[in-house]
Design a protein around this ligand. Structure first.
Ligand SMILES: C[S@@+](CC[C@H](N)C(=O)[O-])C[C@H]1O[C@@H](n2cnc3c(N)ncnc32)[C@H](O)[C@@H]1O
Length: 371
């Protein structure tokens, strides 16, 4: 059973296929949450003034987005919480993350922050914290604010029971699909409930009373999990892999033991987990719809250059999936082929339908212990 903690990391460094060079989709979501982050920070400081603010970014990855989060928070605190005198940023991700790339770019970032804010910039300190956010990462009551962008759709593992005693009950697919037996959706949902509850429980212990979290992650609009926008997306990846199996370029056995460790929950499923876990109030929940191609800013009924979109989508998906695929299928060489085929599939799909990513943006507030 594949454990995400050991297997997942985005493509590191700053090269052409790296996450750092291919994370515009996620950048757009971070920019959309700017005002929600500003409000949340004002609220924490409105009740008790935190002179020394401790902030965690959970699943920070590496590249410009990690710095964008830090810089948005520095600006928000300088404008909205004048009594705060310093900030500690705790950057968390899984151990395979390219933390070095972040640390190596810090001095460049510091220069930029100085250019923007002058010498008046609030002192801030940055530390890396490797580990899974489905377990404890920080001491009790030590955080004031937690942020996590485009992460919580990742599960801690492929759901228990999908690869049952060596038999994959979801053969031919790599995520929930229209042809998956109904039990597959149920197993994915159960895993999501377990994981998201653990996440909330751990953060509630780490956050101070009244501490805030801003979370954004992929979800779905339909109540039926097999009609999720993300199912269509991963069907196109599965189709690329299956076509290579048919041509003898990939081992069938490998394909039959591969399932994606992620889940696109519905709004109701997310709310239900938060309510039954019980440590947080939902202050706000928004739904953002984002074109698959982050370079396509056209409306729904307008078709962007679909071949270009196929290429753009394949590039950012490769930056996320390449290490996971190579680990499972065992060879680097096939990756170019998979993503070339996936790009074609996306281009064809977008001519038929302009499917979107559905992103939930949540503002949560830790309940007071005696509430
Ligand atoms: C798509 S990236 C998003 C990165 C960044 N927050 C952004 O918005 O660009 C998802 C990140 O979540 C991390 N991640 C997934 N599961 C995690 C877990 N259980 N604990 C910590 N990080 C995790 C991945 O390693 C990856 O870096």
């Amino acid at each position: 059973m594949m454990k995400v903690e050991e297997a997942l990391h985005m493509v590191g460094g700053a090269g052409d296929t790296s996450y750092a060079s291919n994370s515009k989709l996620q950048e757009k979501a971070i920019r959309k949450t700017k005002h929600i982050v500003e409000n949340a920070l004002k609220n924490i400081n409105g009740e008790v003034i935190y002179k020394s603010l401790v902030v965690a970014d959970l699943g920070c990855s590496s590249g410009p987005n990690a710095f964008l989060v830090i810089s948005q928070i520095i600006s928000a605190v300088m404008e909205g919480c004048q009594k705060t005198k310093e900030i500690t940023f705790l950057l968390n991700d899984l151990p395979g993350n390219d933390f070095n790339a972040i640390f190596q770019s810090l001095s460049l970032f510091e220069k930029k922050v100085k250019e923007e804010h002058g010498d008046q910039v609030l002192p801030y300190y940055v530390a890396g914290v490797p580990g899974s956010f489905y377990g404890r990462l920080f001491p009790n009551n030590s955080l004031h604010f937690a942020h996590s962008s485009y992460c919580l759709m990742w599960l801690s593992q492929v759901p228990v029971g999908i690869e049952n005693g060596g038999v994959n009950i979801n053969q031919g697919n790599i995520y929930i699909s229209r042809t998956s037996p109904p039990i597959v959706s149920r197993l994915y949902l159960e895993q999501f409930k377990r994981d998201f509850s653990s996440f909330l429980r751990c953060r509630s212990q780490e956050l101070v009373n009244g501490g805030q979290m801003i979370l954004s992650f992929l979800g779905r609009k339909s109540s039926d999990p097999s009609k999720a926008e993300l199912c269509q997306f991963y069907d196109l990846v599965a189709n690329a892999l299956n076509s290579m199996v048919q041509e003898g370029l990939l081992e069938e056995e490998k394909m039959n033991t591969f399932n994606m460790p992620l889940y696109a929950a519905s709004k109701e499923e997310v709310q239900q987990v938060i309510q039954s876990e019980g440590s947080f109030y939902i202050e706000q929940m928004q739904i953002l719809e984002s074109n698959w191609d982050p370079f396509d800013d056209l409306d729904d009924d307008q078709v962007f250059d679909n071949m270009k979109s196929g290429h753009n989508v394949a590039k950012y998906k490769r930056a996320v999936l390449e290490p996971l695929l190579v680990r499972h299928f065992g060879e680097q060489a096939f990756v170019d082929q998979v993503f070339a085929r996936f790009a074609q599939n996306v281009a064809k799909h977008l001519l038929k339908e302009k499917t979107k990513h559905i992103v939930f943006i949540l503002a949560l507030k830790a309940k007071y212990l005696n509430d």
